[in-house]
Write a protein that binds this ligand. Sequence first.
Ligand SMILES: *[C@@H]1O[C@H](CO)[C@@H](O)[C@H](O)[C@H]1NC(C)=O
Length: 286
Amino acid sequence: MKMACTTGKGFYVAVVIGIVMGSMVASCAANFFQDTEITWGGDRGKIFNGGQLLSLSLDHFSGSGFQSKKQFLFGRIDMDIKLVAGNSAGTVTTFYLSSQGPNHDEIDFEFLGNVSGDPYILHTNVFSQGKGNREQQFYLWFDPTRNFHKYSIIWKPQHIIFLVDDIPIRVFKNEEAEGVPFPKNQAMRMHSSLWNADDWATRGGLVKTDWSKAPFTAYYRNFKMSSSSSSDSSFSGSKVQSKNELDANGRRRLRWAQKYFMIYNYCTDLNRFPQGLPPECKRSRF
Ligand SMILES: *[C@@H]1O[C@H](CO)[C@@H](O)[C@H](O)[C@H]1NC(C)=O
């Protein structure tokens, strides 16, 4: 049990469920007061409902951000996020794992806003030892501003899986044997932020932030962070098996997400890599 729950009752319920399911992972949400801290933006980051709800906002002066107090080496994070509604063009909301220092590792979700009615882009990337350049981008199959949706990262020694509402959208395998660096030596923390990036975010920077609509606000709840380093235990509450790979259903969902919603994949961008695609692109179908 890596992160205690907020209410005593919830904690014991979770323990019982956890035991019944044969899992030692807490399935209860963290408390934003206890388990996270607002790191920048002053009172643009707010915590409500006794720690169950958090909001970040962005205005003409500043964005805002928060992070988990704990860090881990391998594990899973989940967060329900309701993105900036209306005209969110130029804004970027992030949710990611990162270590510190110049050769840091990072596993990213970034949500690139858009004008009302036009789709957000979900941008993903994996950095190891300070080097990224592994972008994949997706449209979502729902309006991420209407309701909360769950975004998750599973980080294991064998692979990284990005999930949206428990549907795997991207798998980055550990292919160190093929010379591909994989994040596995530096502990990471959850970070999240809302900031202005209208020089690149929306249609490549063509659409600027409409400051008359500020402040822009995103909402967060149900943050879960469970370390997997202590044992080879499975993670509860997902379609992902405890073994190294996705099960048949997970693979089918991954293919669905990639076929219908992926709009950019560095692994097929030959213009960008005229000397040849990165080594991980050669073998893996995804
Ligand atoms: C915004 O909408 C335009 C037009 O539909 C689309 O091309 C673009 O991919 C959308 N998303 C972003 C973040 O630019």
